[in-house]
Design a protein around this ligand. Structure first.
Ligand code: NAP
Ligand code: ZN
Length: 359
């Protein structure tokens, strides 16, 4: 258990650097002590098992290895790890979770067992599944894993009656959000948020990388001097509908902005997810505002909801709430969350849950 927990810790060090590959960590143990540690450090780089073998301080022959994901069995960017474990004569392999990738699924385990290596699967399985919730959804559906994050007051407001929204949550909570931005591939906001706040949508983590910015803007109202259009800090995609002016689209494209036309009158979010998935974008953080949040929930594209609640009250009938749109008529139709966790960041409370899919 403790070795797998260490492997999970190591895997997390690859956050934001391996997408759309999985986060994987590995720990090699011999005679009751750790002799090698490794993780998948960057996209296309050596796999965790190989990294751990390379870092081993003594011969790995006869050692055990703990790895968060089933060792691979196919030739991708690197040769199969299962074969490497056989070659290095490991005694036992402890696996967190099986790889759902059809190219691997069970085949890695079979290679090991056929070679007479003891294999134990499902060690800290739930934690290993959570570790790779993005990868596991993306590999099976080719759709991005979508996280909806909002920062609200106790009365559910995301801005004051005059539209001020900076800052509702505390500084430490905002650091946490920047870490989230760094770990997911894309960040999506509605055009009203671009107009109201002129955000940069970058990640201010040292050594981090910026997410790809995605704006839903049916008629291309995004002002031409918006901060998000500065592609020197990262890619910017604007999803528009057929109603968008072709000439303005062309002008934006000339500046390097990527335009995706999807939907007749308004951006079709479900179709947009398919397109973004096909572009290799495995995960998206939706950061509002209320109109986009409602559509995203209604269209069923959201997997996980993170709400940061600040102990402040703003009131105001006209002040925006975190989810607006037409709303839902019956409690029985409410969007429900499961698998809830609650934590505090100083005086703010962060509630995280997963959207229960309606049958
Ligand atoms: N505290 C926070 O966490 C937070 C986060 C973000 C924003 N905010 C605040 O939220 C406010 C803006 O929120 P908002 O609700 O007015 O707007 P929004 O969600 O930012 O933008 C909504 C707009 O997006 C466009 N859109 C395109 N496709 C859409 C689709 N399928 N579904 C929904 N919208 C789509 C629509 O305009 P078209 O029809 O023209 O395309 C729509 O009016 C600002 O005051 C901002 O400061 C707060
Ligand atoms: Zn591998």
């Amino acid at each position: 258990m403790e070795y797998m927990k260490r492997a999970i810790e190591l895997a997390k060090m690859g956050e934001g650097k391996v997408n759309p590959n999985p986060l994987v960590g590995a720990v090699i143990v011999k005679n009751g002590k750790i002799i090698g540690e490794g993780f998948h450090r960057y996209f296309g780089g050596p796999h965790a098992e190989i990294d751990a073998i390379n870092n081993a301080t003594e011969s790995v022959e006869g050692a055990d290895i703990y790895v968060t994901l089933e060792p691979c069995s196919h030739y991708g960017k690197t040769p199969p790890c299962a074969l490497a474990l056989v070659k290095h004569k490991f005694n036992s392999v402890f696996i967190g979770t099986k790889d759902p990738n059809p190219l691997v699924a069970g085949k890695g385990i079979k290679i090991l067992e056929d070679a007479g290596i003891h294999v134990f699967c499902g060690i800290c399985e739930q934690e290993c599944i959570k570790l790779n919730e993005v990868f596991l959804k993306y590999i099976e559906t080719k759709l991005p894993f979508v996280v909806m994050k909002t920062g609200v007051t106790l009365d559910g407001k995301i801005a004051t009656v005059t539209g001020e929204s900076q800052w509702i949550t505390n500084e430490k909570s905002r650091e946490y959000v920047h870490k989230l931005r760094n770990s997911l591939s894309g960040i999506m906001v509605g055009v009203n948020t671009v107009i109201a706040d002129n955000p940069k949508l970058t990640s201010r983590i040292e050594g981090g990388r910026n997410p790809i910015r995605i704006i839903t803007d049916s008629t291309l109202r995004t002002p031409e001097n918006s901060n998000v259009l500065d592609i020197s800090t990262g890619r910017c995609i604007i999803a528009v509908s057929e109603k968008a002016d072709s000439e303005k689209c062309r002008r934006f494209e000339e500046k390097g902005i990527e335009i995706i036309k999807v939907g007749k009158n308004q951006v079709d979010l479900k179709e947009l997810m398919k397109i973004l998935g096909n572009m290799g974008i495995d995960s998206i953080l939706i950061e509002g505002g209320g109109e986009l949040n409602f559509s995203a929930l209604k269209e069923g594209i959201v997997d996980k909801v993170i709400t940061v609640i600040a102990p402040k009250i703003l009131g105001g009938k006209e002040a925006k709430t975190s989810v607006m749109g037409k709303g839902i008529e019956h409690i029985s139709d409410a969007v429900e969350l499961s698998d809830i966790t609650v934590k505090n960041i100083f005086n703010d409370t962060v509630i995280t849950g997963y959207v229960k899919k309606k049958q």
